[in-house]
Design a protein around this ligand. Structure first.
Ligand code: PMP
Length: 370
C-alpha cells in the first residue's frame, strides 16, 4: 500500500493553503471567450506603465549570453544597490523576487519549536514561509486593519526568531510612521530578526513613511526587503533584495540557490535602477490613479482603507465575492481578499487612467444590478 502523501507532509504544510495569485488575463479570456485586449487586470499590484525602455534594452543585450549561468554573486547589481542605498555590498542579498528573501529568512532562522510573529491581514507569504519549515505562525490581531506594533511586541517570546512587518502593508495599504518604527525596533529583543518588508516603499517615500535603511546601522537585527516588481515594473523577471548586517547577509547566502537571480533579471534591474524618469512617472501615475479611484468610490458612496501602496482596498459593505465574479463577467479582474480576513473588501491595483475608469464604470454597474 502506498503512503498517504498528504498525511506524510510535515504538519505545518498540511495546514497551509496555496498562495492564490491574481487571475491571469489569458485565463479569463479563455473562460469567457473574449478578446484579451478587452480585459482590464488590476489584481496583482503590477506597474501599468510597461517596463522601462532602459531595462528592455539591457535585456536585449543580455540575450547573447543565455547559454551561460548568470553571475551567481550578482556583483554588478549588488554594487549598484549598495551605492544607491548607502550600504556595503556585503550587506545586500539578492533574491528571485523579494519573496525569495522571505524564504531565505525562514529557512535560515525558523524551525519546529520556533515561531514567527506577524499581523492579521498581512502578506499571505508570511504564513507560507513560516509553516513550510515547521515553525509556528503567531498572528496578531490588527488595529484598524493596520499592524498593532505594541501587540506584536507582546506576542514575541523566547522562541520567536522572526517578526515580519510590512510598511506599507499588502493588501490593506496601511502604514506606520518613523516614531512607531523607532519605538518598535528599540523594544524588539536582540534575538529576533525584524523583517521590514518595503515592497511598496518607492510609492510612499517623501511622505509619512520612514525609510528602513536609516535604521540598519543601529539595529543589526533588522533586514529590509525591497523589490523590482512594483515601482520598477519588472514583476515577471523576479528580482528583489534584502539589506541587512553583513552577518545576516552571510547566513542567507548559505541557504540560497546558487543562481537564484537570472541574468536577464540582473541586467534589467541594473538598468531600471538608473532610470529615474521611469520611477518618477510610476509614482506620478500612481498618485493620480489613487485620487481617481477615491473620487470614484466617493461618488458611488463606498468607503476604503487609506493606502500608501499602488493599490487600494475598497469596502463594499457586503460580501465582495459575488461582486468580484460579476466584475469578471465585465472583463475586469480585481482581487477578492476574504482569504486575508477581509470578506467585504476588494483590493484594486492602481492602473492607467482609462483602466481605472473602466473598473469604476463596471463596479458601479454591478453594484446597481446586484
Ligand atoms: N511583500 C509584499 C508586501 C508584497 O505585496 C509582495 C508582492 N505581492 C511581495 C513582498 C513579493 O513580491 P516579489 O516577490 O515580486 O518581490
Amino acid at each position: 500500500m502506498t503512503g498517504d502523501f498528504l498525511a506524510l507532509a510535515q504538519p505545518g504544510v498540511q495546514k497551509l493553503s496555496p498562495y492564490v495569485p491574481g487571475k491571469p488575463v489569458d485565463e479569463l479570456a479563455r473562460e469567457l471567450d473574449i478578446d484579451p485586449a478587452r480585459i482590464v487586470k488590476l489584481a496583482s499590484n503590477e506597474n501599468p506603465l510597461g517596463a522601462s525602455p532602459k531595462a528592455l534594452a539591457a535585456i536585449r543585450n543580455a540575450l547573447d549570453e543565455l547559454t551561460r549561468y548568470p553571475d551567481g554573486n550578482g556583483f554588478e547589481l549588488k554594487m549598484a544597490l549598495a551605492e544607491r542605498c548607502g550600504v556595503k555590498s556585503s550587506q545586500v542579498t539578492l533574491g528571485n523576487g523579494s519573496n525569495d528573501i522571505l524564504e531565505l529568512v525562514s529557512r535560515a532562522y525558523l524551525a519546529p519549536g520556533l515561531n514567527a510573529v506577524f499581523s492579521a491581514h498581512a502578506f499571505a507569504v508570511y504564513p507560507i514561509v513560516t509553516q513550510a519549515v515547521g515553525a509556528q505562525a503567531k498572528v496578531v490581531p490588527a488595529k484598524d486593519f493596520g499592524h498593532d506594533l505594541d501587540a506584536m511586541l507582546a506576542a514575541i517570546n523566547a522562541n520567536t526568531r522572526v517578526v515580519f512587518v510590512a510598511n506599507p502593508n499588502n493588501p490593506t495599504g496601511t502604514w506606520f510612521d518613523a516614531r512607531a518604527l523607532d519605538a518598535f525596533l528599540n523594544a524588539v529583543p536582540g534575538h529576533v530578526l525584524v523583517v521590514l518588508d518595503e515592497a511598496y516603499i518607492e510609492y510612499a517615500q517623501g511622505g509619512e513613511l520612514p525609510d528602513g535603511l536609516n535604521y540598519l546601522k543601529a539595529h543589526p537585527n533588522l533586514l529590509v526587503s525591497r523589490t523590482f516588481s512594483k515601482a520598477y515594473g519588472l514583476a515577471a523577471l523576479r528580482v528583489g533584495y534584502g539589506l541587512s548586517s553583513p552577518t545576516v547577509a552571510d547566513v542567507l547566502n548559505r541557504v540560497r540557490q546558487p543562481f537564484n537571480v537570472n541574468s536577464l533579471a540582473l541586467a534589467a534591474a541594473c538598468a531600471a535602477l538608473d532610470d529615474s524618469d521611469y520611477l518618477a512617472e510610476s509614482r506620478r501615475l500612481n498618485e493620480a490613479g489613487m485620487l481617481q479611484l477615491q473620487d470614484g468610490f466617493r461618488a458611488i458612496g463606498l468607503g476604503w482603507i487609506p493606502s500608501k501602496g499602488n493599490f487600494i482596498a475598497v469596502d463594499l459593505g457586503r460580501e465582495a465575492a459575488p461582486l468580484f465574479k460579476e466584475l469578471l463577467r465585465e472583463g475586469v479582474i480585481v482581487r477578492p481578499v476574504a482569504n486575508y480576513g477581509m470578506p467585504n473588501h476588494l483590493r484594486v491595483t492602481i492602473g492607467l487612467p482609462q483602466e481605472n475608469a473602466r473598473f469604476l464604470e463596471a463596479l458601479s454597474l454591478v453594484l446597481t444590478r446586484g
